[in-house]
Design a protein around this ligand. Structure first.
Ligand SMILES: Cc1ncc(COP(=O)(O)O)c(C=O)c1O
Length: 400
């Protein structure tokens, strides 16, 4: 953790003493250097951004809509398109339940502020996307944790045991598809059981579906929101299916909560960037998103398979790896303990390869996590994946 030093005599809010930039943000500086081959971040493949079509959409908006550069109300047409997108995920909703946000990250922050009292408990997995921890941090919550099975997802026996013993978390955070960092998707049986528990105990679920559209094998399973309307707050994003720089996401929430969420959002950033909302709507109007997502799925499936094959060739025998059906990440457990911090340092300095050590995502540290790493497979092309996994493999053979 970095030391936070306030100018002399200045008192910072007490909760900020516990915060630091996430390891991922710190890695951003390293991993985006041109000479580094990065498996570290959750970056979409830049060469696959639909730049031409998006430029056309932007030019159209700027030349025809006078208010595109103005403060603005949430874009109604965009909400209607999101309702159609949600139908592709099997979610039935209407545009009055759609709340536009500045990315999925803001959705998490707003919902945390809506649902969580200071010091109250929230339920998260022991190994989890650090963004949710940053969203709840200002409220200094009590973190209740449950383990995750690498094949079927969140341990629901543990969830049920916590709830049955009287804990009443403000919400449960769940990534049903393409878990970040573990790569796992919740089994259908667990999805049904999780929403049943939410209903039974009256606990809202924040369903983070950042990777739901990026499925690679069979037909995707229904998100939790398709199984339960009242207790699931669905969070979606254009970051991974269009481009993260646009900073647009959305939530599907009960209509009755839209006005309080609007007030919370106003205090946070007034409104989601008007230009992004309108250009996304114009791009969606061109009807190209479904084909673009299909292209991404094909490209990322190939990259995932390339990485898995390369690991079989180059990584030490006994390495365990998730087989993700969605998303952008492989979770790798090495057969023996290694000093991950040192490994990362050498990987970056000598081999020019970056990854994220597993502990960067741990709320509750354990032995398996200390010999784990998260690898992104979406960002590098297949040739670079083979090259990079080969070089990492060399390093691991020396270390193990
Ligand atoms: C699970 C998960 N949720 C949310 C986000 C943040 O998404 P956005 O760019 O929409 O804020 C990410 C980004 O990597 C993510 O992996």
């Amino acid at each position: 953790m970095q030391d936070i030093t306030a100018p002399q005599g200045m008192k910072l809010a007490s909760w900020t003493h516990a915060i630091s930039q996430s390891t991922i943000q710190q890695l951003l500086a390293v991993a985006t250097q041109p000479d580094i081959l990065s498996f570290a971040l959750g970056l979409p493949a830049a060469e696959l951004f639909p730049t031409e079509a998006y430029a056309e959409a932007t030019a159209h908006v700027l030349t025809t809509q006078h208010h595109a550069l103005q403060y603005g109300m949430p874009c109604e047409i965009l909400k209607h398109f999101i309702v159609q997108l949600m139908a592709l995920r099997g979610v039935v909703c209407n545009s009055k339940q759609v709340f536009l946000t500045t990315g999925a990250q803001q959705a998490m922050s707003l919902l945390s502020r809506l649902l969580l009292d200071r010091y109250a408990p929230v339920l998260v997995e022991e190994t989890i996307y650090s963004g949710i921890l940053q969203a709840v941090e200002p409220l200094q919550p009590q973190l209740l944790t449950v383990p995750t099975d690498l094949e079927t997802g969140m341990d629901l026996d543990a969830v049920e045991a916590l709830l049955a013993s009287g804990h009443h978390p403000a919400f449960i955070y769940a990534i049903s598809d393409g878990h970040n960092p573990l790569g796992v998707s919740l089994s259908l049986e667990k999805r049904q059981r999780l929403v049943a528990l939410a209903r039974q105990y009256g606990i809202p679920i924040l369903e983070d579906d950042a990777y739901g559209f990026l499925y690679y094998d069979d037909e995707p399973l229904p998100p939790l929101r398709a199984l339960e309307e009242d207790w699931v707050f669905y969070i979606g994003s254009f970051s991974k299916i269009l481009a993260p720089a646009l900073r647009v996401g959305w939530m599907i929430v009960p209509e009755s909560l839209i006005s309080v969420l609007s007030a919370l959002k106003e205090g946070s950033d007034i409104n989601t960037a008007t230009l992004s909302q309108r250009t996304i709507a114009a791009y969606l109007e061109m009807g190209q998103l479904p084909n673009h997502i299909a292209d991404l799925r094909q490209a990322y499936r190939f990259r995932r398979d390339t990485m898995l094959r390369a690991m079989t060739t180059y990584f030490p025998a006994g390495t365990r790896c998730s087989q993700p059906a969605n998303g952008m990440f492989l979770w790798v457990e090495l057969p023996e303990m290694v000093d991950m911090e040192m490994l990362l340092k050498i990987a970056v300095e000598q081999k020019k390869i970056a990854f994220v050590p597993g502990w960067a995502f741990s709320v509750k540290r354990n032995h398996a996590i200390d010999r784990s790493m998260r690898l992104n497979f979406s960002c590098c092309n297949p040739e670079r994946i083979i090259y990079g996994i080969g070089r990492l493999g060399e390093l691991l053979s020396d270390a193990i």
